[in-house]
Ligand binder design. Structure first.
Ligand code: ADP
Ligand code: GN1
Ligand code: MG
Length: 359
C-alpha cells in the first residue's frame, strides 16, 4: 500500500484519498480505483516484465487517446467518457516508478460496467460496434508513430516457435502431462503462418489495431447500456483487423468463462458470433479489402488457437507470464480455448455465410 500511496501523491499531490481497492480481472497489470472527495481515478501498476519500454508504451497510448478524443468531440460526444484521460505526474511524465514498480493514473469513468462472461447477445453486438468504430477512428492514425510494445505479439508462427521451445526446455517438468494438448497444437502447425505470410508479402494490409479486444475491455454505460469507451490500450500497435475481430469472438462468442473447468459447458455460439459480426461490419466493412474479407472466417480460429497455445506455453514454462490464481489455471484456460477451436473448425462454412450476409 505504501508504494501505491507514493505513486498517487506523485499524480494528485497530498489530497485526501480513500484506500485504493482492486478492480477488474486482467491477466497482466494490476488495476485499482482511487476515490478522493471530488474525483475518482484508476491507478494501474504496469507489468514491466512485459512492457519494458515505458516511454514508448505511454507515448502510444497518449497519441491514440488524443486522436480518439478529437474524433469524439467532432461527433458531439463527451470527451471524458469516450476514452482514457491520463494524469501527468510531478516528474512531467505520465507514469512514475516507485521502488522499481511503474504506475500510471487516469480518470475513472463513473457509472459503467464491463462484462466478464457473455449473457446477452445485444451486449456482444454493441461491443462489435465499439471495436468496429475503434478501427475507423484509428484508420487515419500514423502507424509509424507507434512503438511495437511487444514484438511479434500476434505473430502466430513465432508463438508456435515459443511453444516448441517451452516443450523442449520443459522448465516445469509438466510437458509429459499435456501430451494431448501438445499434439493438438502440432497438428495445426502449418495453419500458424496463414496470416503472417500474407502480411509479409503485402497482400494483407497492416492496420492500427487494439490487439486485445477482450470483452472486458469495453466500458458500457450503466444507464443507456451503450458502449462508451474501448480501454486497455497497451497493445495498440500496427496489426491486422483479423486480430481484433478474431480475439473478440474468442472471448465473447461463448457462454463459458475463459477458465471454465467443465468443458461440457464450453460452447461456441453462432448467434453470438453473428451478433458481434453484424456490429463490427456495420462500422468497418466498407474499409475491408478482398483479402481481409476472405480470411475473416479464419480469424477467430487463429486467435483462439494462438491464445490457447500461449496459455499452454506458459503452463509448461511454469506460469511466468499470465497471472494465475490456482494450480493448473493456465492449463484450464488452454483447454477452453482448444475446445472452442475444435468447435469453430466444424463451423467454418457457417461463419463464412454469416460474414457474407453482413458484408
Ligand atoms: P488489464 O490490463 O488488467 O486488463 P484494464 O485496463 O483492462 O487492465 O482494466 C481492468 C478493469 O478495470 C477493466 O476491465 C474495467 O472493469 C476497469 N477499468 C479500467 N479502467 C477504467 C476506467 N477508466 N473507468 C472505469 N473502469 C475502468
Ligand atoms: C491478456 O491483460 P489482459 O487480461 O486484457 C493478454 C492478451 C490475452 C488475454 C487472455 C499483454 O490480456 O493477449 O489475449 O490476456 N495481454 C497481454 O485473456 O499479453
Ligand atoms: Mg483488460
Amino acid at each position: 500500500m505504501k508504494n501505491l500511496d507514493t505513486a498517487i501523491k506523485a499524480f494528485i499531490g497530498d489530497v485526501y484519498h480513500e484506500t485504493p481497492y482492486p478492480v477488474g480481472n486482467g491477466h497482466i497489470n494490476s488495476t485499482y480505483r482511487v476515490c478522493t472527495n471530488n474525483n475518482s481515478y484508476t491507478l494501474q501498476k504496469i507489468n514491466t516484465k512485459i512492457f519494458k519500454d515505458l516511454d514508448g508504451l505511454m507515448n502510444n497510448i497518449e497519441g491514440v487517446t488524443h486522436h480518439i478524443r478529437k474524433k469524439s468531440i467532432e461527433l458531439g460526444r463527451n470527451p471524458y467518457r469516450s476514452t482514457l484521460k491520463f494524469l501527468t505526474a510531478n516528474t512531467g511524465k505520465s507514469y512514475v516508478v516507485v521502488n522499481g514498480d511503474a504506475y500510471r493514473m487516469y480518470h475513472y469513468i463513473d457509472d459503467v460496467f464491463t462484462i466478464e462472461k457473455m449473457e446477452d447477445p445485444r451486449h456482444f453486438y454493441l461491443s462489435g460496434v465499439a471495436f468496429g468504430e475503434f478501427a475507423n477512428f484509428l484508420s487515419d492514425f500514423d502507424a509509424s508513430a507507434l512503438s511495437e510494445t511487444i514484438k511479434n505479439f500476434h505473430n502466430t508462427a513465432s508463438r508456435y516457435l515459443d511453444f516448441e521451445k517451452a516443450v523442449s526446455d520443459n522448465l516445469s517438468g509438466r510437458a509429459d502431462d499435456v501430451a494431448d494438448e501438445i499434439a493438438f497444437v502440432r497438428e495445426r502447425k502449418n495453419f500458424t503462418s496463414m496470416f503472417v505470410d500474407k502480411l509479409a508479402d503485402g497482400s494483407l494490409p497492416l492496420r492500427v489495431t487494439h490487439n486485445d479486444t477482450k470483452l472486458n475491455n469495453v466500458l458500457f454505460d450503466e444507464k443507456t447500456q451503450a458502449p462508451i469507451a474501448v480501454i486497455d490500450l497497451d497493445t495498440v500497435m500496427p496489426g491486422s483487423y483479423l486480430y481484433d475481430f478474431g480475439d473478440a469472438i474468442r472471448s465473447g462468442a461463448t457462454h463459458a468463462a475463459e477458465d471454465e473447468q467443465n468443458l461440457d459447458i464450453v460452447d461456441f455460439d453462432l448467434d453470438l458470433y453473428e451478433a458481434f459480426t453484424k456490429g463490427y461490419l456495420e462500422q468497418c466493412a466498407k474499409s475491408l479489402t478482398k483479402t481481409e474479407i476472405e480470411l475473416l472466417p479464419y480469424a477467430s480460429i487463429m486467435l483462439t488457437f494462438e491464445c490457447g497455445m500461449r496459455f499452454l506455453t506458459d503452463h509448461i514454462n511454469g506460469d511466468t507470464y499470465f497471472k494465475v490464481h490456482r494450480n493448473g489455471h493456465n492449463l484450464d484456460r488452454c483447454r477452453t480455448q482448444f475446445k472452442l477451436v475444435a468447435e469453430m473448425e466444424k463451423n467454418l462454412d457457417k461463419m463464412r455465410e454469416i460474414i457474407e450476409k453482413h458484408i
